[in-house]
Design a protein around this ligand. Structure first.
Ligand code: PLP
Length: 393
């Protein structure tokens, strides 16, 4: 059971509540405060917690045998994991065959802005269109002729919930050049969509704890054995030998313990959670379709937890505040950019005009949401549309 709260929370793509398993594991890690690098008993206990959490996150990625399955770096968040993947690959020891990176036009800023950073250091980028929620494979085929050293594509778009066919994209990239490194930002697909890094052909994969009912401030980067053997990735934090020297710094043990527990609980309840999220999203979709608004539904596969809508004549920020005053939390774009003045690049890439993007809201669910909460959202949106349109806001 989750504790009662005085608001209705439909912003689970921004972050989620802590699950009881994560809370308990974090409380234990607060008591067992040893440094996992220390050689005494307290250190060994912390080391066991660290490796236990790593095994749980590995297992949640479908990897049962961490020894042969690759490595997993704990990082400070998903953003750091993706920075490590892109910058670490761009500046790796292995000589790159080109200076080209292929990505999409609707990545989360953690990838989009890292690509821009690399461009400012002389790299080139091609951004594949994701109009309507689908990758443009003709555009990809042409771009692959230029032999990129890396391809980085998200699994699930954080604003529309579109599931991109990264498996097909990565297979095409490897067929064009087996040396290309494939990276997938799986933060929004993690424990929402069934996948393993091997099944989709990802050499590198980013996940984050706080989107799966774990704590904020901890993420992980999966690294395939092939990338490590070929020395195609280098760390950019310098210090001691933690995380195999790739990501030094004393580990965030409380966060990592919570991540491991959330990953384990999420794995155990995967099917039931997805079924629950899908049901609640479908209920919301059916209910809200009675209102004067447009739904931005991806043309292909969709994740179970995201519904994006466009209001005809009310700015998203105005409606967001109206809902918030009535105790309902939704979002007007990705949490990191929702305070930014410019319209969402993801929604523009999806095919919305800047004005439409400026009138859009993201409603995102988790398995704890209820139909009664959706009914309240419906009533509130209905009143909001009538009131805010009437007052000309
Ligand atoms: N990638 C996607 C698709 C996201 O939605 C987010 C967070 O919103 C991130 C990366 C960043 O994860 P973190 O908040 O752990 O840095």
């Amino acid at each position: 059971m989750m504790e009662t709260k005085d608001y209705i929370y439909f912003d689970n793509s921004a972050t989620t509540s802590l699950c009881p398993e994560a809370r308990a594991a974090m409380a234990r890690a607060m008591e067992d405060y040893g440094n996992p690098s220390s050689l005494h008993g307290a250190g060994m206990k912390a080391h066991e917690t660290l490796e236990g959490a790593r095994a749980s996150v590995f297992a949640s990625l479908g990897i049962r045998n961490p020894r042969s399955g690759g490595s997993l770096l704990f990082t400070s968040c998903g953003t750091e994991a993706s920075n490590t993947a892109l910058i670490g690959c761009a500046f790796a020891k292995e000589r790159r065959e080109s200076d080209l990176i292929i990505t999409t036009d609707s990545e989360h800023p953690s990838v989009a802005n890292t690509v821009k950073y690399l461009e400012s250091h002389g790299f080139r980028a091609v951004r594949i269109s994701t109009r309507g929620g689908r990758l443009d494979f003709d555009m990809l085929e042409k771009a692959l002729r230029e032999k990129p050293f890396m391809i980085s594509m998200m699994m699930v778009n954080n604003e529309t919930g579109a599931v991109y066919d990264v498996k097909r994209a990565f297979a095409m990239a490897k067929a064009a050049n087996e040396n290309v490194v494939t990276h997938c930002d799986a933060v929004q697909g993690y424990l929402k969509v069934r996948f393993t890094p091997q099944a989709i052909g990802a050499d590198l994969m980013t996940v984050s704890a706080h989107k799966i009912h774990g704590p904020k401030g901890v993420g992980a980067l999966y690294i395939s054995p092939a990338v490590t053997t070929a020395r195609k990735l280098t760390g950019f934090i310098h210090g001691g030998g933690q995380e195999g020297g790739m990501r030094p710094g004393t580990e965030n043990m409380i966060g990592i313990a919570g991540f491991g527990a959330a990953a384990e609980a999420g794995m155990k309840n995967f099917a039931a959670n997805v079924e629950r999220m899908t049901a609640i999203r479908d209920y919301a979709e059916q209910k809200l379709s009675e209102l004067e608004l447009t739904m931005n539904i991806p043309a292909g596969d969709r994740a179970p937890h995201i519904l994006n809508i466009t209001l005809p004549s009310i700015k998203s920020e105005t409606m967001l505040h109206y809902l918030s005053q009535n105790g309902i939390c939704v979002s007007s774009g990705s949490a990191c950019s929702s305070r930014a003045a410019h319209p969402s690049e993801s929604l523009i890439a999806f095919g919305l005009t800047p004005a439409e993007a400026d009138h859009s809201l993201r409603i995102s669910f988790c398995e704890y949401n209820t139909e009664a909460e959706v009914d309240k959202l419906y009533e509130c949106l209905k009143q909001g549309i009538a009131t805010l349109v009437r007052t000309g806001k």
